[in-house]
Design a protein around this ligand. Sequence first.
Ligand SMILES: Nc1ncnc2c1ncn2[C@@H]1O[C@H](COP(=O)(O)OP(=O)(O)OP(=O)(O)O)[C@@H](O)[C@H]1O
Length: 268
Amino acid sequence: MLKLFEHETLDVSNLSDAETALEVQDLNLWFGNKHVLQDISMRIPKHRITAFIGQSGCGKSTLVSAFNRLNDLYPGCRYQGSIYLDGRDINHKKENVSRLRTQVGMVFQRPNPFPMSIYDNVSYGLRLQGVRGRRQLDDAVESALKDAALWDEVKDRLFESAQILSGGQQQRLVIARALALKPDVLLLDEPTSALDPLTTLFIEELMAGLKKRCTIVIVTHNMQQAARVSDYTAFLHQGRLIEYTDSDTLFTMPEKKQTEDYITGRYG
Ligand SMILES: Nc1ncnc2c1ncn2[C@@H]1O[C@H](COP(=O)(O)OP(=O)(O)OP(=O)(O)O)[C@@H](O)[C@H]1O
C-alpha cells in the first residue's frame, strides 16, 4: 500500500483524556423519523488525522457535522447522547454554538470562499470576533495563509477577489479561513473530491503538516487517501460504527467482514 506519510499509533479503544480531542458517547441522531446515527461511541485522538469511510448515505457527514452542531440547522433533526470537547458536553443546551464553531472549524467538498478579497476572507472570522487592529489582522492573515501553504501564491494580491483563485487555491483559502481562528479541531468533508490528483496530493501533504496545529477529521470516499493520510480510520455502515482502529490495521487486517467487503470493493 502506498505510504506517503508517517503514521503514529495509539490504541483508540483505550485513549486517556489527555490524548482525546473529542469523545462521543452513545450518540443517536434522527432526521425526522429516519434514525441516521445509531449508538455511536468513540474517542478521536488529539493531533492526529482520523478518517471516516463508508458507503454513500451511511452517516459520515452527519457524524462530523455533529462535532460542531451543524445538524442543528435542519429543523427535523434531533439527537441524544454526548460529545465532549475539552471536558464539556457540546450537546448541552447551554453550549455557545458560535464559539464551538470557531473551536471546531469545517471545510466542505466545494471550496466556498466568500465574495470578497483574499485578505477579507481570511480575516472575516477574527473581525466578527471583534479584532480590529490592522497589525494584528495582518499578522493573523499571513500566518494562516502560511499554515495553509498559500502565502507565496497570494501575498502580492491579497486585496484581489478570492473568486479568481483556482479550485485548489480556493480550498486552501477556506482552510486558511478556518485556521485563522486557531481551531482545536478541523473537520474536512471530502475536501479534495472536486480537485485534480496533483492538487489533491498537495492538500494531503498540507493536512499531514497541520496535525501539529490541530486535530483533523476527514470524510473521504477515497480509500487510498484514507490509507495515505490518516492515522486512524472509522468505518461506518447504515449509521453504525462498525470498526475503528489505526489505518494500517483497518486497511490490511480488518477484523469485521463488513469492513473487509467495503475496502475490497465488494459493496459501496
Ligand atoms: N438535512 C437532512 N434532512 C434529512 N435527511 C438527511 C439530511 N442530511 C442527511 N440526511 C440523510 O441522512 C443519511 C446520512 O447522510 P450523510 O450525508 O451523513 O451520509 P454520508 O455517509 O456522508 O453520505 P455521502 O458519502 O453520500 O456524502 C442519508 O440517508 C441522508 O439522506
